[in-house]
Write a protein that binds this ligand. Structure first.
Ligand code: FES
Length: 272
């Protein structure tokens, strides 16, 4: 089937209504795409800078590690921050220390069904809002390169699950006291909250919903899968909120680790 084109033709029949204005809407339809673009750009700029700076990503006293540097598996990593060991020698300065998973996390978010909707509308204006014409003459969707690559999302989901396990491990390791043993501070609450929300975002993925309950002809014959699918479906209704919340908690967690690590303030401790 050929892709629909934006041709001026008779009203509705096979094309769009012949209206000279881009839109007849008089409300602030541009506000939502503008805020979305600003939100995404803020995160991308912040995360890019933090991924490359290589400073203040580890608090040795409490074993706090920012998620942008986990796992840290090079000899360039700060002593003690390599929870999984140092698999590689020194990384050159231009290579982020979290390079092992950052491309997959980026791919996971870029191909996420929600984010696709968000940046197709807000950044690519395809279309920017309901009843607002897009500037592009042709629409080919995700049927050819490069956007057909979006269909690999489910494989990024598998990697994201592994990364969530790693983040969980980091959160457990972070219950560390200043003089050793068990410790618990405000940083732990922030790190654990971030991990819980990352799990919620990951499990609310549309691919996860399909993996757990898709391709079944009879739910009644698969009660366990049906139950899991039902829970995932509940989370899935909050996927957009979780997508934004986790961008915020990732920044908050990283910022907190950075400020404590650089001595701007001390981590309030409840135990040790
Ligand atoms: Fe958003 Fe899978 S659909 S993470």
């Amino acid at each position: 089937m050929s892709a629909p084109t934006r041709s001026a033709g008779p009203a509705v029949r096979g094309g769009r209504a012949r209206i000279a204005e881009r839109t007849l809407r008089t409300d602030r339809w541009w506000l939502s795409p503008l805020l979305t673009t600003l939100g995404l750009a803020t995160f991308v700029i912040y995360a890019t800078i933090r991924a490359f700076v290589r400073t203040a990503y580890w608090v040795p006293e409490y074993h706090y590690l920012t998620p942008f540097y986990s796992p840290c598996v090079s000899t360039s990593c700060a002593p003690g921050s390599s929870h999984l060991g140092q698999w590689f020698g020194d990384f050159p300065a231009w290579l982020p220390l979290g390079v092992l998973v950052l491309p997959f996390l980026l791919g996971f978010r870029l191909t996420c069904y929600y984010y696709r909707k968000a940046y197709y509308r807000s950044v690519w204006f395809s279309p920017p809002a309901c009843a607002v014409a897009e500037p592009h003459a042709k629409y080919t969707g995700e049927t050819r390169l490069p956007l057909i690559v979006q269909n690999v999302h489910r494989y990024f989901f598998y990697v994201a699950m592994i990364v969530s396990v790693l983040n969980t491990y980091d959160a457990v390791v972070a219950f560390h006291g200043k003089t050793g043993g068990f410790g618990f501070g405000l940083g732990n609450i922030i790190i654990v909250a971030n991990v819980v929300l990352l799990w919620a975002y990951t499990l609310s993925c549309h691919s996860c919903r399909h993996i757990t309950g898709g391709r079944l002809k009879h739910f009644s014959k698969h009660p366990a899968r049906y139950w899991v699918w039902t829970q995932v479906s509940k989370l899935n209704t909050r996927h957009m909120q979780l997508a934004w919340t986790t961008l915020g908690t990732l920044v908050l967690t990283d910022l907190y680790v950075m400020l404590v690590s650089s001595g701007v303030f001390a981590d309030p401790r409840f135990v040790n």
